[in-house]
Design a binder for this molecule. Structure first.
Ligand code: PMP
Length: 419
């Protein structure tokens, strides 16, 4: 427990899901006449009232376009937007707010890097990925390879769902021009040893991008300590609105890389005989940004920091342990991804029950899970399954909701003639 977390615990006492739930009006709704048990947090989290209130205050009191205004309201919008950038800097412990580029989400953050890397790749270049990447951290690199002739090398995943670190280490070498690795697997919940992987990349002189979509709302982060070159995150997976995310990039990269999109905001001067670009991060933020989204992201970070991310993560860990214990007792149920450490995601298959059928039965019981390939088809192939059922927890979930998941599996067995 960090000293900040210990202080919070001393001041506020232990956290409980029941009290935190009151901050999330979306959880107090019904589905098919049953109370909602929202267990699809790896896909998108619900938003606390603090975020909704911040959005309303922004809309009512501040909204105008940013940066170019000569009026007070535009100054207020700019201050709110740049304030959110500073909060994101603090969240990641980046050296400077200039290292934070706002994007639509992790997908756009990764695409931004991939689109700007053409000049650094040739037919001898290798991009090292892992077998557990989300399609967002595969396809942009495949497209980069199509444009430049570079090749992708894939580090395998062990039966436990852990990354094969020995194999990864063997793949990172003199031809590696980029390593791109997920911090937490969305399909398995497995947490990768990203600090160690950064060290491997650093020793080979290769830049490293970490896909933090599943980590940023659950694990305290320090990009300076990690030593990564790029870190991508999505707001909607950390209690903020959709359509906002961020890319952290070390300043020398943002200085050196060419711009991503062209247009307003990203220029200093435009003439028909040539254009000069704005300084980072604005060089990478063409057009009017998602100002309210950024404000919502800042508010979500404040909400999480206010409770202490480590204290919230401890609640999630308790749910993971309880759900794992309950599910592994189920006959014919196999959890995919048993390696530790894990984030609060449980992916599983059940003999004779298709994940989509289970998802539909559970939905009628008010229990929302994810069923399918989780945008990680190569990983599903690795485990020889077309898809899995995935329950993913946030600090506001309860043990009773886990019980309802297990009871729903029983109902599915009855309906499908297994019991
Ligand atoms: N990477 C991982 C590991 C993810 O889980 C996701 C979302 N499922 C993404 C990237 C893409 O995030 P977004 O759709 O918010 O851009």
């Amino acid at each position: 427990m960090s000293s900040a977390t210990a202080r919070l615990a001393a001041v506020h006492g232990p956290l409980s899901a029941q009290t935190l739930r009151a901050d999330f009006p979306g959880l107090a709704t019904t589905v098919h006449g049953k109370p909602l048990a929202y267990l699809d947090n790896a896909a998108s989290t619900q938003r606390p009232r603090a975020v909704m209130d911040a959005l309303t205050t922004y809309e009512v009191e501040m909204h105008a376009n940013v940066h170019r205004g000569v009026h007070a309201r535009s100054d207020r919008a700019t201050a709110a937007f740049e304030g959110a950038r500073e909060r994101t800097r603090g969240w990641l412990n980046a050296l400077s707010a200039d290292e934070i580029v706002f994007t639509r989400g992790a997908t756009e953050s990764i695409n931004l890097v991939a689109r700007c890397m053409d000049g650094r790749m040739d037919a001898d270049s290798e991009i090292v990925l892992t077998g557990m990447e989300h399609h967002s951290n595969i396809v942009p690199w495949q497209q980069l390879c199509e444009r430049t002739g570079a090749k992708i090398r894939v580090a395998p995943v062990l039966d436990s769902g852990a990354l094969d670190m020995a194999a990864l280490s063997g793949l990172i070498g003199g031809n590696t021009r980029l390593v791109a690795v997920t911090h937490v697997s969305n399909a398995l919940g497995v947490i990768n040893p990203v600090a160690e992987i950064c060290e491997l990349a650093r020793r080979a002189g290769a830049p490293i991008l970490i896909d933090g979509a599943q980590a940023a709302g659950h694990i305290p982060l320090d990009v300076q300590e990690l030593g990564c070159d790029f870190y991508a995150l999505s707001g909607h997976k950390m209690y903020a609105p959709t359509g906002i995310g961020a890319l952290y990039a070390r300043k020398p990269w943002l200085d050196d890389l060419p711009p991503f999109l062209g247009g307003g905001e990203m220029i200093l001067e435009v003439r028909f005989d040539g254009t000069t670009y704005n300084d980072p991060p604005h060089k990478f933020e063409a057009g009017t940004p998602n100002i309210s989204g950024a404000v919502g992201l800042g508010a979500a970070m404040d909400y999480l920091a206010g409770h202490g991310l480590e204290r919230l993560a401890a609640l999630e860990h308790g749910l993971l342990e309880y759900a794992t214990e309950r599910l592994q007792d189920e006959p014919g149920l196999k959890i995919i991804g048993t390696a530790s450490p894990k984030s609060a995601v449980v992916s599983f298959v059940i003999d004779g029950i298709h994940p989509h059928d289970l998802g539909t039965v559970l939905d009628h019981e008010g229990v929302a899970i994810r069923a399918g390939h989780h945008c990680a088809m190569p990983l599903m192939d690795r485990f020889g399954v077309p898809g899995t059922s995935r329950a993913s927890f946030a600090f506001y979930n309860t043990h009773e909701e886990v019980d309802r998941l297990v009871a729903g599996i029983g109902t599915a067995r009855k309906l499908l003639g297994q019991a």
